[in-house]
Design a protein around this ligand. Structure first.
Ligand SMILES: *Cc1c(COP(=O)(O)O)cnc(C)c1O
Length: 521
């Protein structure tokens, strides 16, 4: 009987240690139950891990939604094993599995086991890293990893940072710091934090390449500057920011009495993995006194790379940096960071609350991380990176990323030899943008539709998941390689599928075209 975790609360009650409520809690008298439930959950995931044969089942929203809809939330199952059985049906059976070697779609990495273990620990202890008095050691661990990352970036002695929920939040912080510190420095100590936007804010401009992440525009909107404040800078033939175009755009803005506030450079664009020319951009920013933010959400793995570290050279000149450990450090979501060259620039997000992080605590030197964050209650996401680093070191993570980059390059070389596949670029990290291009094809709607439908057909089969994107109006397909287990055979299988599906579609689409031309006569 003691083996049934659903009865845990009653033996707790029997021992007289706890109130009689039906909610099983994480508490000392239920330590056995805690262990048993965790084992059960892990066993369930293990069974799925061993049996998953493709990244996705191909289930449609119409097929799956009744399963969820028909569950009556007012009728709890009472037994934890029944809950797990149900969860298999509504979630695990049809989940999208990023660890599968034929998942090459978005920037989702397979995750490192030490990090998965860390998640189990952090979920149970439930530390919040906002103040020292809620975290103790966790604060020190996070700060040490912040300092470690700063060392890897090369931001210098005066830098500081904070873990965030993702690249989107980190990019928002980058632009927030740029905006507020501009006003403090160049508008006579004007504090946007206290007074709101100054009258000239509608003249603020942020420069970023046309291939940068959409979170740059979102951040501008949230900061009260609007999409119109973002100036898209043309890319070069390798999809990097064109520095000549950047210089001209800044010059044009100055001529029109606009205020260049920040340049957001990307180290690893989401679509192409291209790295903007950071040293040249840094020089332009320095000459014009413009804040330089580097979005290394994707490219941050290069910081620990043995072979490709030089690709991210120049990041050390940034005023602020976004790092997504949950993309190229093989960490589970969420694990991300924001780093600023000058720690005093983080003061613009500091607010002292008497009940939480009083000024007196800061003056006594209490390390309250909330002083640097736009969140309050915050998960101890640093623990994942800590446990990964402590087990395998930076070298372990870097070698995994190098293997992924090597694979992507090999896949690209092979794809270049195919007559009916057109590659759009040399992969600088591990993204490969390409399209199916049959021999007699011409640019246009039919070709775009064919490539769009290839991706849809693959998704509904579920045997391989790939991504798609549009470049200058044309539809392309994309592999984002982040799994060192993805082999040449996997890629050959996927390309084989693309060609078979593509050939059928191409024939049908052209026949349909002829028919529609005939019928419109
Ligand atoms: C993924 C990505 C982001 C957004 O990061 P999230 O962690 O998804 O919020 C920002 N910039 C780039 C270049 C990205 O690839």
């Amino acid at each position: 009987m003691q083996n049934d975790p659903s009865l845990a609360f009653s033996w707790c009650a029997e021992s007289g240690l706890s109130a009689l409520t039906p909610l099983p809690m994480f508490r000392s008298c239920l330590a056995e139950s805690y262990q048993q439930r965790t084992h059960e959950a892990v066993s369930l995931v293990k069974r799925h891990l061993e049996s998953v044969s493709q990244p996705f089942s191909g289930v449609t929203p119409a097929e799956l939604s009744p399963e969820v809809r028909d569950i009556d939330l007012s009728q709890p199952l009472a037994s934890s094993s029944d809950v797990l059985d149900e969860l298999s049906r509504v979630y695990l059976r049809d989940a999208v599995y990023f660890h599968h070697p034929r998942y090459v779609a978005h920037l989702n990495c397979p995750v490192a086991l030490p990090a998965v273990t860390a998640e189990t620990i952090q979920a149970a202890i439930n530390t919040s890293v906002d103040t020292w008095d809620q975290s103790a050691g966790a604060t020190l661990i996070e700060q040490k990893l912040v300092d470690w990352t700063i060392g890897r970036i090369g931001l210098g002695e005066n830098a500081d940072g904070i873990f965030t929920s993702g690249g989107t939040q980190s990019n928002l912080m980058g632009m927030l710091l740029a905006r507020d510190n501009y006003a403090l420095r160049y508008l006579g100590g004007y504090s946007i934090k206290e007074k709101g936007l100054p009258a000239c804010a509608h003249r603020f401009r942020i420069f970023t390449s046309e291939y940068s992440h959409f979170s740059v525009c979102k951040a501008a909107a949230m900061l009260g500057l609007g999409y119109d404040s973002v100036v898209p800078v043309a890319g070069d033939s390798a999809f990097r920011m064109d520095v000549k175009a950047l210089s001209e755009a800044i010059h044009d803005a100055q001529m029109q009495d606009l205020i260049p506030l920040a340049v957001v450079a990307t180290a690893g664009t989401t679509d192409f993995g291209s790295v903007d020319p950071l040293p040249a951009i840094a020089e332009i920013c320095e000459q014009n006194h413009i804040w330089m933010h580097v979005d290394a959400a994707y490219g941050c793995g290069l910081l620990v790379s043995q072979k490709y570290n030089s690709l991210i050279g120049g990041i050390e000149f940034a005023d602020s940096v976004t790092v997504d450990f949950h993309k190229s450090f093989f960490q589970p979501v969420a694990c991300s960071g924001f780093f600023a060259r000058d720690k005093s620039h983080l003061n613009v997000v500091t607010h002292h609350a008497d009940y939480l992080n009083p000024l007196s605590a800061a003056q006594e030197g209490t390390p309250d991380l909330v002083n640097k964050s736009i969140q309050t209650t915050r998960r101890f996401d640093a623990l994942k990176l800590w446990m990964t680093l402590r087990e395998v070191g930076a070298e372990g993570i870097g070698k995994e990323f190098d293997a992924v980059i090597d694979s992507a390059r090999a896949f690209h070389r092979w794809m270049e030899t195919l007559e009916d596949v057109e590659c759009l670029h040399e992969p600088s990290i591990s993204a490969i943008v390409f399209r199916y291009l049959p021999a007699n094809a011409t640019e246009g709607d039919t070709l775009n539709e064919c490539n769009r439908q290839i991706r849809k057909a693959l998704f509904s089969g579920g045997a391989a998941l790939i991504a798609g994107t549009k470049v200058k109006g044309a539809q392309y397909l994309k592999f984002t390689v982040l799994n060192s287990e993805t082999s040449m055979e996997d890629i050959q299988y996927i390309i084989g599928q693309i060609r078979t599906i593509g050939a059928g579609l191409w024939e049908r689409l052209n026949a349909a075209d002829v028919n529609s031309v005939e019928s419109s006569k």
